[in-house]
Unconditional design. Sequence first.
Length: 71
Amino acid sequence: MEQKKMDRISELYRKSKDVGLTEEEKAEQKQLREEYIMSFKRSLVSQLENTYIVDEKGNKRKVEKKNGTKN
C-alpha cells in the first residue's frame, strides 16, 4: 500500500478522535482500512509461500496451506 494512503488512514483516525468524521470520510476510512488489510494479507501469503520448514535431519519442506482455511 502506498505511504500516502497509510498517512491518510492515520489522518482520518486522528480526526475521528478530535472532531469526528463526516459520512464521506467514514466511508473513505472504511475503504482505506479494507485495502490495507487486503494488502497485508497478500504480503503475508506471499511470505508464507516462500517459507520452508527444516526438520532435525536437515530436510527442507515447503509450508503447506491447511484445509479449511480462509483466504
